[in-house]
Write a protein that binds this ligand. Structure first.
Ligand SMILES: Cc1cc2nc3c(=O)[nH]c(=O)nc-3n(C[C@H](O)[C@H](O)[C@H](O)COP(=O)(O)OP(=O)(O)OC[C@H]3O[C@@H](n4cnc5c(N)ncnc54)[C@H](O)[C@@H]3O)c2cc1C
Length: 360
């Protein structure tokens, strides 16, 4: 996104992009706000994209804070700014990447191993061999390790979540029940997010406290036992007859946030840097705001760089930093309010660690 926005302003860009194996791509749907999607309209045809890669979501449901299921029906392509759209995330990245590759940017395939400051420039060490110098840096490496990047702003871990992601499917012939939608459900061990991928597949992800998983956590039996602690997700799966399931993807998500989101420019010898998306702040997926934040921050950072290079606003980096702090503060407050709403399981480790009493 940053490459596209910089190109739009006529700024020369170097993009360092690792090759990602197809098997490492995560196949999950993401709910992205229309506010975020509208920002992509300069680069992709949104209607076509949603038609080809959007998942219909007739009903959004949640079971949180009480055993009751709250549901609201959703219109297809409701483009109100606070509304969301379920999309195939991998397809969105693929389309944006192809578009960015077709610009005049210099594309280097590889990983940045190390970043250091040399006087007024940044030196990037790529794949243990090449060294590339740049005047301004955008950090967009996601949630990955960045300990060898000499950026003067540490990232602090705010939470760690143990995630399990399964795809469940059924054969066409088994189409007994076919409502499409999404469901968020709290349970004693944490919470679940489920979203149907069309009529025959569903993506389910569970979020738990890292110390509460058991040795069998990759097995079918584990999934069955965990699902049994839900009320509505269990019924949805039974009624819809999603019987076949792929092996789960199991990973730990480190929610983290930088002390500062951008910097440099204090004097002629201090080069600018910006952090965007998860490299700036990896949010709890409960906020459903990570990708929207990624799109927004990348376009804002590119806009700020344009202002700096064209001598239009010497405070552009400071303004970006302040805006990101405000956004992150609001997101953390909303997350806390959401966790505090759930009082049924407050004796369980997941909820003990995440309610206001334990965080103050
Ligand atoms: C289970 C789960 C569910 C989620 N659901 C939602 C949701 O419903 N809605 C939502 O808005 N958000 C959601 N999110 C959050 C969302 O996925 C992220 O916030 C978003 O993908 C961040 O985008 P990014 O571009 O910053 O990072 P990434 O998508 O991680 O991209 C980082 C890129 O940098 C590359 N890279 C990494 N290291 C290097 C290096 N050293 N050198 C060069 N390149 C490098 C990677 O290969 C990758 O291409 C969810 C997250 C999780 C874990």
């Amino acid at each position: 996104m940053a490459v596209l926005c910089l190109h739009q302003q006529g700024i020369e860009t170097v993009w360092i992009k690792p090759t990602v194996r197809l098997s490492n791509r995560l196949e999950w749907p993401e709910s992205i706000s229309w506010q975020g999607l509208e920002r992509l309209a300069d680069f992709i045809d949104l209607e076509t994209f949603i038609n080809d890669h959007g998942f219909p979501e007739n009903v959004q449901s949640s079971c949180w804070g009480s055993n009751q299921l709250l549901s609201r029906s959703k219109q297809r392509m409701s483009r109100q700014s606070n509304d969301t759209q379920l999309v195939n995330k991998a397809a969105l990245i693929e389309i944006l990447s192809r578009k960015a590759e077709s610009t005049s940017c210099e594309l280097i395939r590889g990983r940045v191993e190390q970043i250091e400051r040399q006087n007024n420039i940044w030196q990037l060490h790529i794949n243990h061999q090449a060294v590339r110098s740049v005047d301004v840096l955008i950090l967009a490496h996601g949630n990955g390790q960045s300990s060898r990047f000499s950026i003067p702003a540490k990232a602090t871990t705010t939470d760690i979540l143990q995630c399990h992601h399964w795809i469940l499917s059924k054969n066409n012939t088994e189409a007994a029940h076919s409502n499409t939608g999404s469901l968020v459900e709290a349970c004693p061990e944490g919470w679940w997010y489920a979203a149907s991928l069309g009529l025959n597949k569903i993506s389910i992800t569970s979020f738990q406290h890292p110390t509460t998983i058991t040795a069998d956590h990759g097995q079918a039996e584990y999934l069955r036992n965990r699902l049994n602690s839900t009320i509505h997700l269990k019924s949805w799966i039974q009624e819809s007859q999603w019987r076949h399931f792929q092996r789960p993807r199991i990973f730990r998500l480190h929610c983290q946030c930088r002390e500062q989101f951008s910097g440099g420019g204090f004097d002629a010898a201090s080069p600018f840097w910006f952090s965007v998306g998860d490299a700036a702040a990896t949010l709890d997926p409960l906020s459903s705001f990570g990708s929207t934040n990624g799109i927004w921050s990348a376009s804002k950072a590119a806009e700020s760089i344009g202002s700096i290079l064209n001598n239009l606003n010497s405070n552009a980096s400071k303004n970006y930093n302040n805006a990101m702090h405000r956004l992150h503060h609001t997101t953390l407050l909303q997350r806390q309010q959401m966790y505090d709403l759930e009082q049924r399981f407050k004796q369980h480790p997941f909820w003990m660690y995440r309610t206001a009493a334990s965080t103050t």
